[in-house]
Design a protein. Structure first.
Length: 298
């Protein structure tokens, strides 16, 4: 081991920065988990605050809003998994099948752009396009005598808008991983299938999709691990009081009780709950995947 280390010390040196990042910003904050078990006082600090055991957990689990936001988080993530997860895969296959190089590059660039737009800007675009009173779509509909559609004020219409905006923002960027995996598939397989008379759809079904199977499984496991957690920006920016029954999620709930109300202990309890349940989801989905398909990431 020592000989190997001395011979390839440059490779180990390259790991110093990423390891430092994870130790400082990923493992370091774990120290703050104890806030969930203390009556945290901002002026006394973590060590000076009084231990209260699981009292904060009992208080959180007794809140009606906690279960409402938990339901919404699971619902939005599950629907996102159904709608948004296949979108990058389909787009990547379509891009891979394109033969005109310049059009392929142009399409990729156009599809990548939404990923780099801030959710604050996307929220402004959404209200300009889908607003009930002044939105572009409803203005066009009203010019034809059609009643306005409450995209952002009716909870069911808002849900559809939320999902479609998510697909638009993330699908293009998600194709990168699939396109990289597609380059690893032996092109001779496609040529042999073409000689045997297989059409494009059959080549996709019997060669492309099986070749992408390990990548699909890994990404699915990662997505399942995030089922209990959800980004703050998207539901907060697109949501409003009219659709709070669906738009209020755990991240916005933590923001309200942690930042706005200053109840840091309760906010930490919810964060810890999300982390533990997320870990269970990852381990469970990885175990099931390994049993069913012999593919695993752990």
């Amino acid at each position: 081991m020592g000989v190997y280390f001395r011979r390839y010390w440059q490779l180990y040196a390259l790991l110093v920065l990423p390891l430092s990042y994870f130790i400082i910003f990923k493992y370091g904050p774990i120290y703050g988990i104890q806030i969930a078990f203390k009556d945290f006082n901002l002026f006394q600090g973590i060590n000076g605050s009084e231990w209260i055991g699981f009292e904060a957990f009992k208080e959180v689990f007794a809140m009606r809003d906690f279960y409402l936001t938990l339901r919404n988080t699971l619902m939005l993530n599950f629907l996102d998994l159904i709608v948004s997860f296949p979108a990058p895969l389909i787009l990547a296959i379509m891009l891979y099948e394109l033969k005109t190089a310049w059009f392929k590059k142009l399409s990729q660039t156009i599809l990548y752009i939404p990923h780099f737009i801030s959710w604050v800007i996307i929220g402004g675009i959404v209200y300009q396009v889908f607003g009930t009173q002044s939105g572009m779509i409803n203005n066009i509909l009203s010019s034809f005598g059609v009643d306005a559609i409450p995209f952002l004020t009716d909870k069911n219409d808002w849900l559809i808008t939320y999902l479609l905006v998510g697909v638009w923002q993330s699908a293009g960027w998600g194709t990168i991983i699939y396109l990289a995996a597609l380059t690893g598939i032996n092109k001779e397989l496609f040529e042999a299938a073409g000689i045997d008379g297989a059409g494009r759809l059959k080549r996709i079904w019997h060669i492309t999709l099986p070749g992408l199977k390990p990548t699909i499984i890994v990404l699915l496991i990662i997505n399942l691990g995030h089922m209990i957690s959800i980004g703050f920006e998207r539901p907060y920016v697109i949501g409003n009081l009219a659709v709070r029954e669906y738009s209020d999620v755990l991240s916005t709930f933590v923001y309200r009780i942690g930042i706005q109300s200053g109840q840091y202990t309760l906010a930490t309890v919810i964060g810890l709950f999300q982390a533990v349940v997320g870990l269970v989801f990852v381990l469970g989905s990885n175990y099931v995947s390994k049993k069913l398909t012999d593919e695993s990431i752990l």
